[in-house]
Write a protein that binds this ligand. Structure first.
Ligand code: NAD
Length: 370
């Protein structure tokens, strides 16, 4: 049986609590013989700063480089607000993304039927929603040079950020989107602002050529990013896979996220290139939420975003699609049964602690075994 190497980075705040629930799921699949997982644990964020004086140690970076997938929970908290900028908790996550060249950020927005009424949109607009936003993560205006504030000497300053994309960066994120679409609804919507930005003109040109050359079996649409933002809240079910740059992806994925209810429900994946030798891609899976210091240590955290992130690892790193489907179905059944953590609880629902939610999902998995 293939052995999958997992590095667990629980981090700070509620991180260790939600990671503990994922460990139950890993044990459950391992004991069923679905796969063999070799897990190691490391420190990242504030806890790594306390132990090593930096946001992630070289030893843990080496473990990350050797892992088939990294599960990252959350970092940060008021305790580390005053630490030097380059060793602040978030620097650990940024280093992982940069050193492992994780350029494709996948943010699914799925609305479980049982939670449709928790959305700020009408239930019929979001019920059954299943879209995937693919955001370019290592290029664009967040990283382009020059990036500076210049003192003009006349009492004025000038701030400069540079939006820059090369053909290869657009092609590789486009491939990620088209490949994903082939295993979903077979449709990609590419989004930019070609009406006002040169990078948008190139983005549109490269996506169109890539589609024609390699993916003409997939439906491709283009939408300007502002129009897409509007369509996302008007009728989100028109979308399957959306591919866009770093800046627009940052905003649009947060909009899509809120269609589905709580932050505690949202998983994500960040993927790098496929290694030609092993056939695997570098990958980090993490919930969208932060370390939630306001509820840390109280058993109030919703572990579903973290568990769903492991589900994405099963699908995108290990090819265990049947196991991932079972996990998604187990989560949906637990929710349909009316069990809720405090963040998603409605009238008449039964309140579950972090641990009770994890146990209920494991119990449902047990029922679907074999
Ligand atoms: P946050 O996501 O931690 O919390 C926002 C709100 O959502 C809080 O009220 C919190 O209680 C709630 N919440 C978040 N996750 C939840 C869960 N799983 N279950 C139930 N409720 C949940 O964002 P914030 O408050 O802006 O930031 C807190 C800390 O987290 C800061 O130090 C910030 O820098 C850090 N942060 C880290 C990451 C990361 O590690 N990737 C991301 C965002 C924020």
């Amino acid at each position: 049986m293939t052995i999958f190497k997992l590095l667990l980075l629980p981090g700070d705040g509620i991180g260790p609590e939600v990671m503990a629930e994922v460990e139950k799921i890993i044990d459950c699949f391992a004991s069923e013989g679905v796969a063999k997982f070799e897990t190691e644990k490391g420190l990242v964020g504030g806890c790594a700063y306390d132990a090593h004086g930096k946001a992630i140690s070289e030893a843990d970076m080496a473990l990350a480089g050797a892992a088939d997938a990294i599960l990252f929970a959350a970092v940060g908290g008021p305790k580390w607000d005053g630490v030097p900028y380059d060793v602040r908790p978030e620097a650990g996550l940024l280093r992982l993304r940069k050193d492992l060249a994780l350029y494709a950020n996948l943010r699914p927005a799925i609305c479980y039927p049982a939670l449709a009424s928790a959305s700020s949109l009408k239930p019929e607009v979001v019920e059954g929603l299943d879209i995937m936003i693919v955001r370019e993560l290592t290029g664009g205006v967040y990283f382009g040079e020059p990036k500076q504030i210049i003192d003009l000497g006349n009492g004025q300053k000038r701030a400069i950020d540079t939006q820059v994309y090369d053909t290869f960066e657009i092609e590789r994120i486009g491939r990620t989107a088209f490949e994903l679409a082939r295993n979903r609804g077979n449709k990609v919507t590419s989004s930019e602002k070609r009406n006002v930005m040169k990078s948008g003109v190139l983005w549109h040109e490269v996506m169109t050529a890539l589609h024609k050359r390699e993916y003409s079996d997939v439906k491709l649409e283009h939408q300007l990013a502002d129009a897409l933002g509007m369509q996302l809240v008007r009728w989100p079910k028109q979308f399957d896979v959306i591919v866009t740059d770093n800046l627009f992806g940052d905003m649009l994925s947060d909009v899509a996220a809120m269609l589905t209810g709580s932050l505690g429900m949202l998983p994500s994946a960040s993927l790098g290139d496929v290694d030609p030798k092993s056939g695997r891609r570098k990958a980090l899976y993490e919930p969208v939420h932060g370390s939630a210091p306001d509820i840390a240590g109280k058993g109030l955290a919703n572990p579903i975003a973290m568990i769903g992130s492991f589900g994405m690892a099963l699908r995108y790193s290990f090819g265990l699609n049947a196991a991932a489907d079972r996990l998604d179905a187990a989560i949906a059944r637990v929710l349909a049964d009316g069990l809720r953590t405090a963040d998603i609880r409605g009238d008449g629902d039964r309140l579950a602690s972090t641990g009770e939610m994890g146990d209920a999902i494991v119990a449902e998995l047990g029922r679907s075994a074999g």
